[in-house]
Design a protein around this ligand. Structure first.
Ligand code: ATP
Ligand code: ZN
Length: 303
């Protein structure tokens, strides 16, 4: 079968970034869901071995289009790219074709408006009549309209943050994670237009045929993998009377499993905790009467 044939209807095809920030985490997340691939020599198409789920390795900007055209069924892409291209499709009268199926918890960043460090920033109206450089013209234009600001949008495909120094713009609207790139260009972020992370993108409607079943299986595994990423299993023993003091110390835990050990009073508990189980927390639990505290890693989970 040719990797470019769109009619592979008995196999699910997922587009991920070929190289870049999302490439490796996307691949390892899918691998943690039990998928593995036989790689073709050009590494653009990876044939799924454990399940009929293949990968197409592409530029992140191409992913929404590939899904919309039906070349791929799903994709892993930044929310920033998905929303921008969806607004673009709507502006061209093509309507909303895609939706975010799941947030994936990596690739976190924000689309921020940044101005020169020397500006005293008070409010959006200060941007009236100014030039703002961005690679996200749709998101910026929507924000300007929402805030009744008339500014000029200067579209650049890269190196947005140096535009003010080059005299091409007065401010920028760009992706920020740590903020060091902005600071290196004497800019400061003043507003967030969009909070972003990597997402599983898919068509607006559910998939039918066998690909729909494969997608459901993948979603169940993804949900398990995302839930346990920062989770640990906490086990301990305590007497029944102490539960009212102990349970409030576990606000991030699912309802614990409680088992009775020798006699009425002595209980063994296990709880899946989603926050950090620091030494301090274990000591607090011990002080409240918990004994035999044990923290175990969680390898897999299926709700
Ligand atoms: P490609 O060659 O695939 O087009 P790219 O250069 O457009 O790659 P990357 O820089 O790898 O893309 O960024 C991919 C995604 O990573 C972004 O769209 C965004 O969702 C996310 N991301 C996380 N942190 C940052 C950051 N500090 N700057 C830019 N993108 C970030
Ligand atoms: Zn890109």
């Amino acid at each position: 079968m040719s990797p470019t044939t769109p009619a592979a209807r008995d196999r699910l095809r997922i587009a991920i970034q070929k190289s870049g920030r999302l490439a490796e985490p996307a691949r390892s997340l899918l691998a943690s869901c039990g998928l593995s691939w036989r790689e073709s020599r050009d590494r653009l198409f990876c044939y799924g071995e454990t399940l009929p789920v293949d990968l197409l390795l592409v530029r992140d900007d191409d992913i929404p289009g590939l899904i919309a055209e039906g070349v791929c069924d799903l994709g892993i892409v930044g929310r920033n790219v998905l929303v921008e291209q969806d607004l673009d499709a709507q502006a061209a009268g093509r309507g909303a074709r895609l939706r975010e199926w799941r947030p994936l918890g990596f690739g976190a960043c924000r689309l921020a408006l940044a101005v020169p460090e020397g500006w005293a920033w008070h409010e959006p109206s200060q941007l009236a009549g100014r030039r703002i450089a961005t690679s996200y013209p749709q998101l910026l234009t929507r924000w300007l309209a929402d805030n009744c600001v008339e500014a000029r949008v200067v579209v650049l495909s890269g190196s947005v943050e140096i535009a003010p120094r080059l005299g091409q713009a007065d401010a920028v609207c760009d992706l920020v994670s740590s903020g060091t790139t902005l600071a290196a260009n004497q800019l400061k972020p003043v507003l967030t237009l969009l909070e972003s992370e990597a997402v599983l993108a898919g068509p607006a409607a559910d998939l039918d045929d066998v690909r729909g079943e494969l997608a459901q299986l993948l979603l169940r595994r993804l949900d398990g993998a995302t839930r346990i990423r920062h989770s640990k299993l906490l086990m301990f023993q305590a007497t029944r009377q102490l539960l009212p003091q102990l349970l409030p110390l576990l606000p991030d835990a699912d309802a614990p499993t409680v088992m009775q050990v020798d006699g009425e009073d002595r209980l063994a508990l296990q709880a899946l905790c989603h926050g950090a189980l620091t030494w301090q927390r274990l000591e607090d639990l011990r002080r409240a009467g918990a004994r035999g505290l044990m923290v175990l890693p969680v390898e897999g989970m299926l709700a």
